[in-house]
Ligand binder design. Sequence first.
Ligand code: RFL
Ligand code: PHB
Length: 392
Amino acid sequence: MRTHYPVVIVGAGPAGLLLSHLLHLQGIESIVLESRTRAAVESTIRAGVLEQGTMDILNETGVGERMRREGALHHGIELAFGGQRHRIALTELTGRAITVYAQHEVIKDLIAAREAVQGDILFDVSDVSVHDIDSTKPSVQFTVDGQVRRLTCDFIAGCDGFHGVCRPAMPASVRKEYQRVYPFGWFGVLVEAPPSSDELIYAAHERGFALISTRSPTVQRMYFQCDPSERAETWSDERIWQELHMRTESDDGWRLKEGPIFQKSVIAMRSFVATPMQYGRLFLAGDSAHIVPPTGAKGMNQAVADVWRLARALDDFFHRDNEAGLHGYSEAALKRIWRAEHFSYWMTRMMHRLDDATPFEQQMQRSELEYVVSSRAASLMLAENYVGLPLA
Ligand code: RFL
Ligand code: PHB
């Protein structure tokens, strides 16, 4: 049994799987260690929006075929408030677009690509721990099929999400964490119905935010702002529809199309950044280092941007004897992340009902919305962040 890999990747989310795929294309071998089963990884409902840069990476690396066929390319989004809908013309403003394609479909495509070349992914592992990260020969220990195993490697990629073990393995004395927990959550539903709109609708309403997204011609994804401690199973379909209708009501008679609700969940909202994203031979990528509230649709895209950067840096290290990319990884990745953090925070504050807002602050919020949909400069600011700033 093999005991050494150039790169051991912890976590088979979008970050870990894409990193293993990119490294393979560069001729660098890796193994992915995942604590959940393959079925669980392939069916967890999460993100839906792929930025232009994410689409480009998937296309250029040969894993975009199903996304192009089954995903929906969108050239705008709508902001709804005061009974009216306002289009932000993403492509007209920026020359870029987004694709709505579920994260777990991206995951399936990446796992299929790794399988096609006999790439190593171990699912259902437990007790993962990382060792000697401040040496040039780190290792990762874990249990699989009841056996304890240890792999040595040159680098460990911590792609194990917010609750993973890699970030806490960095000494507390070098880490700094920045956080904001929002006093509201999102109630998310999957609905069997045709799309109600050609584009995503972000609605700001006195009762709270709502988002109308899509998954396919027959399945729609919708969310509405709720108390973060809300229990999804206690809500009847009727009550959910009532809330969604009220928050998206429009003066022109447009109405949301209903259908059977087959999945309900409540999502907490948090902004979080841990710095630095590297210690010794351990590099963090994706949600293990940073979280955004989903309002800006940035989380998965940031994970993709991180591993794109990390793969290039590892390529320089292994093939050009150049360590500059690895040394600069954390600083360069964080620059992009702070931009996404600000955008997500800004969208969240502009679109949600803020219970502690004074009447003055409520007027500020309304004025900002009106400005964003009426000023080309302000629309462009939203659009260029939403489609994603170029990877550099
Ligand atoms: P993930 O996806 O959490 O994957 C981490 C993986 O690591 C595994 N793991 C471990 N494996 C081994 N040992 C351990 N000790 C481990 N601990 C954890 C986990 O089982 C898991 O498989 O992190 P990654 O790869 O960094 O990807 C991040 C994205 O998943 C996340 O940012 C997005 O889903 C956020 N997000 C959205 N992002 C977008 O770009 N666009 C969107 O439209 C969007 N919508 C969303 C979202 C997230 C949501 N939720 C549920 C938080 C909508 C929602 C509702
Ligand atoms: C989704 O379709 O799940 C989705 C879309 C846009 C967001 C967040 C989630 O901002």
